[in-house]
Design a protein around this ligand. Structure first.
Ligand SMILES: C[S@@+](CC[C@H](N)C(=O)[O-])C[C@H]1O[C@@H](n2cnc3c(N)ncnc32)[C@H](O)[C@@H]1O
Length: 207
């Protein structure tokens, strides 16, 4: 990795989430919100890498049974406080997804939103996301593509952390592709995700 921050990514996320402002906004990710129409009311959803909880908390407020996992203790603490303030019951766990004891066949959906993993971990963790799903379960993902390097609307600056449709197709090869596209969107998700952005969006169904 070229950026020193990636020597200790947890520290970087902690610093980010210690800022008073919600750096990715208070509202859920727009793609997740749009794709939630595919989800059965009240179903069980895993949100890995949920930061300070904006997506998990929104899903829980919609009546889904939500579990989140994030490596940042600052993000996790903030998510727990927000969930408590909103009167929501959900599981919010602090763990590194690389060493987490991943559940098997337990979830109806997994939502991976801007969770950019290094190439030595990404395929393993993406496989574990599918393993965590029940047969027929959905995996919803949005991430930045290499074209995002031309934009200043957020995302990693290291090309190896960026995803393409081809990468996701390989990582989730055992699943059915319901939707997979590289698109330009206009993000309005807090100060760090704002403006024209190049993303890959996908929905996969475990067979
Ligand atoms: C760009 S933030 C996105 C946060 C959230 N998904 C959102 O959209 O608001 C990436 C998140 O992934 C988490 N993360 C990165 N690597 C992780 C790992 N190995 N295990 C657990 N969480 C991780 C970070 O702590 C951070 O909260």
């Amino acid at each position: 990795m070229t950026d020193d921050k990636w020597a200790n990514p947890q520290k970087m996320w902690d610093e980010r989430f210690a800022q008073a402002e919600p750096v990715y906004g208070e509202h859920p990710n727009a793609y997740l919100r749009a794709q939630s129409r595919r989800l059965i009311p009240g179903c069980k959803i895993l949100v890995p890498g949920d930061g300070y909880g904006r997506n998990g908390i929104w899903l829980a407020a919609q009546g889904f049974r939500v579990s989140t996992v994030d490596v940042s203790p600052v993000g996790v603490e903030r998510a727990r406080k927000s969930a408590q303030a909103a009167g929501l019951t959900m599981s919010i766990e602090e763990a590194d997804l690389a060493t987490w004891n991943w559940p098997v066949g337990d979830f109806d959906a997994v939502a991976s939103i801007f969770l950019h993993l290094p190439p030595d971990l990404r395929p393993q963790i993406h496989t574990q996301m599918l393993t965590a799903l029940k047969p027929g379960g959905l995996l919803i993902i949005e991430a930045f593509t290499p074209a995002q390097l031309q934009h200043s609307s957020g995302g990693p600056k290291q090309a190896e952390l960026l995803y393409t449709a081809e990468i996701l197709q390989k990582d989730f090869a055992t699943a059915e592709v319901l939707e997979l596209l590289e698109v330009e969107v206009v993000l309005d998700e807090g100060r760090l995700h704002r403006g024209r952005a190049a993303v890959v969006q996908g929905v996969f169904r475990k067979q």
